[in-house]
Design a binder for this molecule. Structure first.
Ligand code: DHE
Length: 498
């Protein structure tokens, strides 16, 4: 090759390179470099939701642009404005509203084929360890996708095992506390035998899953999906498929599922739909699992129940008002003041001056709303150190603990606010490790100790005496997220999530 020709080639490549740099990278490469690790190379979701037009129906394009540029509050989504040009962000917005060449299918056949039976023989009905099986904690470590079974008396790990990628939502227990069921964001449901420290079975129930519920009789698992738009019923024994229920509104419109819970006193599962104004109640004692549709005024994003499970209290992420639905009559009985995007999955209840009250942190505002559950009026909005995500208490402790996890400010993300349930005043501020994000509390079975997560890769579980507020132990952990006490969960303590 002559020198002249070589020079020409180099110049052309250089020009092309410069042109591409000016014009920005191709959108596919930007997606692969910045989005795929959380949302999946195929846009089907992973730690982040699936980015498909059917999942983005309620997100307008300018909002999607803002989310990519600035990130999303109370999620793992970071902003890309400093890294990507406006045109590149717009190209990403256009890309995620394009339908996939082929609609992904995850129906009965795919679910059945994915099933894995790890244990086939009957295992002993007695724990292989001496710790109190009702005072164990299941601690989920999202940093390296593991879970730890922790002795809740000695605060010593009994067993640590790998989980599926990106677990989300609270794991749910069988009624006797022997088995725990996990859901991962990408649809894997796992059943773990705590007594024998063995994974029993797994199945992939969806492509993008919200959460799961275990029926009060321990026989059935219900999974709620974002993608496909479905509820999936599984046998709790071995996670084999019972049936898939497509989530179609009365008018035939398809919907994602916001969340599913079991309502043991009613013998039913309750599911909220995200894109259709309906709540579904499904009695789990009826082998046909018929759906009772309850029409509601607004979409339900997040909800919880009063302790009797007669009332469902719900919030819409974009609304300022919550709805209270009487599940017996199927009617809305009240509207409640819930500013600042409450995270009702973290709602708790207690008795205040002879009345049951509920309290919830708000993801966008540094306040906890306390609401009288007989009049549904706001009793107080308590200022906290930063907007919180999780909240917890226990029947045997005077304080409700909440974090500042949703705060963008490092000076409030490391703090726990303790509210006196008798006075509704802030009683204490604790900083488990100054400068490190503190989150999510759970109490021991007797309420004497509180376990707080330090949500960092080199994080920890910090254990406090709940009366003296002195630290009693610190266990190193990899981004510990939630921790779940067997007894508090199976007895549906008013101070914890159900
Ligand atoms: Fe969660 C529970 C919804 C983001 C960690 N979260 C729940 C529940 C719902 C919910 C409906 C109750 C289900 C259950 O426990 O069965 N979460 C949402 C969202 O809509 C939101 C804001 C956006 C999204 O990404 O889906 C969201 N959640 C997060 C996070 O970014 C967190 C902090 C980290 C993560 O794992 O993704 C997170 N959510 C959790 C945890 C629980 C949870 C640890 C269980 C709390 C409990 O104590 O029960």
């Amino acid at each position: 090759m002559s020198k002249k020709y070589l020079w020409l080639c180099v110049s052309v490549v250089g020009l092309l390179w410069a042109f591409e740099a000016l014009a920005g990278q191709p959108v596919e490469k930007n997606f692969a470099d910045n989005c795929a690790s959380c949302h999946g190379a195929d846009r089907l979701g992973g730690t982040g939701p699936a980015l498909l037009p059917e999942n983005l129906e309620r997100l307008r394009r300018p909002e999607a642009f803002k989310t990519i540029a600035e990130g999303r509050i109370a999620s793992q989504m970071v902003g890309f404005a400093a890294k990507l040009a406006k045109e590149d962000i717009q190209a990403l917005v256009d890309l995620i509203y394009q339908p996939l060449p082929k609609t992904p299918v995850w129906g009965a056949d795919e679910i059945i084929t994915s099933h894995l039976q790890h244990v086939t023989e009957a295992l002993p009905d007695k724990p292989v360890f001496s710790a109190d099986p009702l005072n164990l904690f299941v601690v989920v470590e999202v940093g390296d996708h593991h879970a730890t079974i922790l002795d809740g008396d000695k605060f010593e790990p009994i067993y640590r095992f790998p989980t599926r990628f990106a677990l989300h939502g609270g794991p749910k227990f069988s009624p006797d506390g022997r088995f725990v069921y996990f859901a991962s964001r990408d649809g894997w449901i796992s059943k773990f035998d705590i007594y024998n420290l063995k994974m029993v079975a797994e199945v992939r129930a969806g492509i993008n899953t919200r959460n799961l519920a275990v029926s009060g009789d321990g026989n059935t698992v219900l999974v709620g999906n974002y993608l496909p738009h479905s509820l999936v019923l599984l046998n709790a024994e071995d996670l084999t498929l019972i049936k898939v229920i497509p989530t179609l509104g009365q008018d035939g419109k398809r919907s994602r599922v916001s969340a599913v819970y079991q309502a043991e006193p009613r013998g039913s599962f309750v599911a909220a739909l995200k894109d259709v104004k309906e709540v579904w109640e499904i009695p789990y004692g009826d082998k046909d699992f018929p759906v009772r549709r309850i029409a509601v005024d607004n979409y339900l994003d997040d909800f919880f129940f009063d302790q009797s499970y007669r009332h469902l209290i719900s919030a819409a992420r974009d609304g300022k008002k919550g709805q209270v639905i009487d599940l017996d009559s199927g009617k809305k009985v009240a509207e409640i003041d819930l500013p600042g995007m409450p995270h009702l999955g973290s709602g708790i209840t207690w008795e205040y001056q002879g009345h049951p009250v509920m309290a919830t942190p708000n993801l966008k505002e540094a306040l906890v709303s306390v609401i009288d559950m007989t009049t549904w009026q706001t009793v107080k909005q308590i200022k906290t150190i930063g907007p919180g995500f999780f909240m917890r208490s226990h029947e045997n402790t005077p304080y409700a603990w909440t974090d500042g996890f949703s705060s963008g400010n490092p000076e409030s993300r490391d703090a726990m606010t303790l509210i006196d349930k008798r006075t509704l005043e802030v009683a204490h501020i604790l900083r488990p490790i100054p400068g490190k994000t503190a989150a999510h509390v759970e109490f021991t079975r007797d309420g004497k100790y509180a376990l707080v997560s330090v949500w960092e890769m080199d994080g920890a579980l910090v254990i406090y005496d709940a009366a003296t507020l002195k630290e009693v132990k610190r266990l190193p952990m990899k981004k510990p997220s939630g921790k779940y006490n067997v007894y508090n969960k199976i007895t549906r303590s008013a101070g914890t999530s159900h």
